[in-house]
Design a protein around this ligand. Structure first.
Ligand code: AMP
Length: 499
């Protein structure tokens, strides 16, 4: 089944329902949204020779044109290649060349920087001509194994690879959302504060199915003040946010005496949420948070920490659960395995493997990397973790980030969690530095809170009070900010190059 059919059905059922918003202004109903996608689908084929299976890229900020273009690409039977708008044009050009995209929707200057493909600016007459085209009646037929989305990895360890996600993968992801994450209520507004090219856009599908309003902030990005105002305006907002965004939102709300009214469902994931930060978030906003753990290779769907588990302060193991990423999504098996892929008992740390309906079809044009990553149907995530007896998974680190000092494994995350409980520490990142005696030693990069005056000795004492002595950092580096990629993930590779 073609995913685009869900938009067709919602438009049939509730065509007059407001669908697309820029800030608080409605720019299209569901009937208009579906008509735009149908016209884009028709014109991609008729004017630009796009055939089923061809790739069409989207190098767009979060704008109201994004979703009609995305669904239009699917309706044409083509494969969408969403590219993070914050990437450099050269990086986007690499993705376009690698995917073989014939056409790219853009919303800015840079005419000469995307060679080899047709460029259509969503603000141009050319785009208006697509929208004015006679629409297709129905989406092109697609099977579950046909590709829908080439998801380029964020490339923290090398060139990004194209993860092949099928219509079936994205349908399974959507059902898993409804089974395990949340049920959007009628009148819900999905707000896109994080890039639509990534997790937030993947979640647009469930909101199309359920007929939610899709709200692109007028700032086209993340702005705490604006988000809090959108919550008050729409009354029932659902949004996906990276942990750093949640922290900024909560800090902002606290400093302005706001309670986050209307921001009812805040789904966080994509990077580590530290215990100190989520405790603070729950104390400020109450039961609004749900965590998901996923990766492009099993989009948004490996485990989830449900709303009740995040908020249940009475539970005897509430803190342990809050520090976990929750339990397996309904449609996947999750295993913590040894190097041979055999399951390890609860409490032991190994690599996290996933098998099920959301696991990617493979890497685009890269059978070697696919064979390394998906073995016997199991996706080797590269993340390390441990399950407890109740099935809650706690992530340790990416396997390549583990520090081996004196032959013992030290998980940076544990040291980071300990340092973050110091009141003078705002952000922290821990890495290993090569050392002739120990193999590696622990180094902590600290971003102090504004106005805080902290010493190494104080941090050392603080660590010793909560973690084993051998895990504490041997060196502290005080910095103003941490290097992050375009998704807000800390670039440990960049920190390592400092040594
Ligand atoms: P990406 O494919 O760019 O979405 O990155 C996926 C990676 O982000 C995972 O393999 C994890 O290392 C990390 N990640 C995703 N969700 C979480 C989470 N809830 N907590 C900690 N790390 C996460």
């Amino acid at each position: 089944m073609n995913l685009a059919l869900w938009l067709w059905r919602t438009a049939q059922r509730s065509g007059a329902t407001p669908a697309l918003f820029e800030g608080t202004t409605c720019v299209a109903t569901y009937r208009e949204f579906a008509d735009q996608s149908a016209a884009i689908a028709a014109s991609l084929a008729a004017l630009h020779d796009i055939a089923p299976g061809d790739r069409v890229a989207l190098f767009l900020k979060n704008t109201p044109a994004y979703l009609p273009a995305l669904v239009g690409i699917w309706a044409a039977g083509a494969v969408a290649v969403p590219i993070n708008a914050k990437l450099h044009a050269k990086e986007a050009a690499h993705i376009i060349a690698d995917s073989g995209a014939k056409l790219c929707f853009v919303d800015g200057p840079g005419e000469d920087e995307l060679p080899g493909c047709i460029r259509i600016d969503t603000g141009s007459d050319a785009f208006a001509r697509l929208l004015a085209h006679t629409p297709v009646a129905d989406p092109v037929e697609r099977r579950v194994d046909d590709l829908a989305w080439l998801f380029y990895t964020s490339g923290t360890t090398g060139r990004p690879k194209g993860v092949m996600l099928t219509h079936g993968n994205l349908q399974a992801m959507t059902y898993a959302y409804l089974a395990d994450v949340d049920e959007p209520r009628p009148g819900c507004a999905s707000v896109y504060a994080a890039p639509i090219s990534h997790g937030a856009g993947l979640y647009s599908i469930v909101h199309i199915l359920r007929g939610s309003a899709h709200v692109v902030p007028a700032s086209h990005g993340f702005d705490s003040d604006e988000l809090l105002a959108l919550g008050r305006h729409f009354g029932d907002v659902s949004l996906f946010a990276a942990p750093t965004m949640v922290k900024r939102l909560v800090d902002h709300a606290k400093s302005h005496g706001l309670s986050g009214e209307g921001l009812n469902t805040i789904i966080y994931g994509g990077g580590p949420m530290y215990l100190a930060d989520i405790e603070d978030a729950v104390a400020t906003f109450g039961p609004r948070f749900i965590q998901i753990y996923g990766q492009g290779e099993s989009p948004m769907t490996i485990t989830t920490l449900r709303r009740a588990a995040v908020a249940d302060r009475q539970h005897p193991r509430w803190r342990e659960r809050l520090a976990s990423v929750g339990t397996a999504h309904s449609c996947v098996e999750v295993r913590v395995a040894d190097e041979a892929g055999q399951p390890l008992p609860p409490g032991e740390t190994g690599e996290i493997l996933v098998r099920g309906a959301t696991v990617m079809h493979g890497y685009w044009n890269n059978p070697g990397a696919t064979a390394d990553t998906v073995r016997d149907g199991w996706l080797w995530t590269g993340d390390l973790g441990a399950l407890d007896a109740d099935g809650y998974l706690t992530l340790k680190d990416r396997s390549k980030d583990v520090i081996i000092s004196g032959g013992t494994n030290i998980y940076p995350r544990e040291v980071e969690e300990a340092l973050l409980t110091h009141p003078g520490v705002s952000e922290v990142s821990v890495i290993g530095r090569p050392d002739p005696d120990w193999g590696e030693i622990v180094v902590a990069f600290i971003v102090p809170r504004a106005g805080a005056d902290i010493s190494e000795a104080e941090l050392d004492d603080h660590c010793v009070s909560s973690i084993a002595r051998f895990k504490r950092p041997k060196t502290y580096v005080f910095v103003e900010s941490l290097p992050k990629n375009n998704y807000g993930k800390v670039l440990k590779t960049e920190l390592r190059t400092l040594f």
